[in-house]
Design a protein around this ligand. Structure first.
Ligand code: G6Q
Length: 555
């Protein structure tokens, strides 16, 4: 397979990087009053400002050429047409079908998949209406008050992030909980204080074999049956979301209470499927469908907008510019929105599991770097924690700033309105500070204004200098409503896709998570056996044996 570094545009970018690296964003802005207009795109009220990036018009042209040389359009069309682009698992990648209008057929292996998608949507809407309306009741006849989603990875992070993001739209009568960790503390802490008669458990697992989820599901069942005193209660308190009907039945869940999805939906791309059931229960099916509509809006933008105006393509190319030409190892996601507090960890999975690869689709070692470490935190907390490194550290950390211009519509709370301008002033200021920096001259002048003597100024000035020239994107929309959230998530999904296409990796498998699982399976029985283990390396043997000693002696 042709490595991207062999493409003419890549080579041109390498040479061009030498010219751009010394340029300062401050000067680029000073020299071009239209820079914002030149380097920003709008879709409805959703704005992407990418003008604070270390690019010139020539950089932008070359990056677009790279996308063309790498055949991004072709890969996009193959994905949208349902070709099995997940080649190591021989699967299509069709999460876009999950947010597609039902009356637009989409064929996979000669069959229109939209009727099946629509049937599950109707099942979700029906169940959500019954549960939220109090028609679906627990075993003792009480309405449900707590929904506990048990799942992990893609069966947890998406719905958890979205439920938090749409908190202002949630019904106060129904609380959402998410249990993922196999550490019993996660389940025990969640269940403490819950009334089993008013709990609904959603067992969310594509495979229905995942160790953590199955262990948590089994313990939740014991907890419920012990407290309600009848195994028959399971059918009123457990539903499943899975592709594995046989395993769901074996667990004791009536297949009538199972919500299906399909192997062409990757785990980390599955919140749009029945994996989104907790979202529909929390905010209502209509809101869930608005989320799908928003994602579809972005899908259409990705499909039809010219590359130069295409937000996912632009974000992807900028990421590649920093990763492969500036050697940036990480990328920060900084939502100035408390309700987006789980967005960084959600995107961490979506991005790092998709593009954290070191062989290409053909299994050959990559000759370029691939996905960076993605991290972040809701603003303004990060400002008082790690922003120091982004401003003055030795690493270049490109960042995405994300904010809504207004607090969510649904909340009439004046407290939010009062705080919002303070929050947004920080959103604007941090990106500006990263870009501009503070020169030595400015730093010295400030110290002089504070009345410091020459010696103190000489001593402090180097610490007060900010080099600036630190790139960022800004995403600004009106409200964090379901539709806008759908657009935002789909934007990142497609960005990740475009990057994978350029690096030549399969963004839709995740073999890297397998080895640890296999080893844990082998180690679990060893923990129960008496005597020392000897079959591993000396470190693993030593750790297991120390664990056994600690467990066999009293503290
Ligand atoms: C995501 C991955 C992974 C998966 C979990 C849970 O793309 O495939 O995070 O979602 O391992 O898997 P199950 O849904 O099968 O339990």
């Amino acid at each position: 397979m042709l490595s991207p570094h062999m493409l003419p545009a890549w080579k041109a970018l390498l040479a061009h990087h030498e010219e751009v690296a010394p340029l300062h964003l401050r000067d680029l802005f000073a020299g071009d009053p239209d820079r914002f207009d030149r380097f920003s795109v709008c879709l409805d009220d959703f704005l992407l400002d990418f003008s604070k990036n270390r690019i010139t018009e020539q950089t932008f042209r070359l990056l677009m050429e790279l996308a063309r040389d790498a055949g991004v359009k072709g890969w996009r069309d193959r994905m949208l047409a349902g070709e099995p682009i997940n080649n190591t698992e021989d699967r299509a990648v069709l999460h876009i079908a999950l947010r597609r209008p039902a009356d637009q057929p989409l064929e996979l292996a000669g069959q229109d998949i939209m009727p099946a998608v629509e049937a599950v949507r109707r099942q979700i809407a029906d169940f959500s209406r019954r549960l939220r309306g109090g028609d679906w009741r627990g075993f003792t006849g009480q309405p449900i008050q707590d929904v506990v989603n048990i799942g992990i990875g893609g069966s947890d992070l998406g719905p958890k992030m979205v439920c938090e993001a749409l908190k202002p739209y949630q019904s106060p009568d129904l609380r959402s909980h998410f249990v993922s960790n196999v550490d019993g503390a996660h389940l025990a802490d969640t269940l403490a204080g819950l009334d089993p008669a008013r709990c609904l458990f959603i067992i969310a697992s594509k495979t229905f074999t995942t160790q953590e989820t199955m262990a948590n599901a089994a313990s939740a069942r014991v907890w419920l049956v012990d407290r309600l005193g009848d195994a028959a209660a399971v059918s009123r308190h457990f539903v499943a979301v899975s592709t594995n009907q046989a395993a769901v039945r074996d667990f004791g869940i009536d297949p009538a209470n199972m919500f299906a999805f399909w192997d062409w939906v990757g785990g980390r791309y599955s919140l749009w499927s029945a994996i989104g059931l907790p979202i529909a229960l929390a905010v209502g099916a209509e809101r869930f469908f608005e989320l799908l509509d928003g994602a579809h809006r972005m899908d259409e933008h990705f499909r039809t907008a010219p590359m130069e105006k295409n937000m996912p393509v632009i974000l992807a190319l900028l990421g590649i510019w920093y990763r492969n030409f500036f050697g940036a190892c990480s990328h920060a996601v900084l939502p100035y929105d408390q309700h987006l507090c789980h967005l960084p960890s959600y995107l961490q999975q979506c991005d790092m599991e998709s593009n954290g690869k070191s062989v290409n689709r053909a299994g050959e070692p990559l000759k370029t770097a691939s996905g960076p470490v993605l991290w972040g935190e809701a603003g303004t907390n990060g400002q008082h924690a790690f922003y120091q490194l982004i401003h003055q550290g030795s690493e270049l950390v490109p960042a995405d700033f994300i904010a809504a211009a207004e607090p969510p519509l649904e909340t009439g709370d004046p407290l939010l309105a009062r705080h919002h301008p303070i929050l947004l002033s920080n959103f604007f200021a941090q990106a500006e500070a990263l870009m501009r920096g503070k020169t030595e001259e400015e730093a010295r002048r400030e110290l002089e204004d504070h009345g410091l003597d020459e010696e103190k100024i000489d001593q402090l000035a180097p610490h007060k200098v900010f080099a600036g020239n630190r790139p960022s994107n800004a995403i600004l929309f009106r409200h964090l409503d379901p539709r806008t959230l759908g657009m935002l998530i789909a934007l990142y999904e497609h960005k990740i896709f475009v990057q994978g296409a350029i690096w030549g990796v399969n963004s839709f498998d995740q073999w890297g998570v397998e080895l640890g699982k296999q080893l844990a399976k082998a180690i679990l029985p060893e923990l129960a056996e008496s005597g020392a283990v000897t079959g591993h390396d000396s470190s693993t043997n030593g750790l297991i044996n120390h664990y056994k000693d600690l467990r066999s002696t009293e503290s």
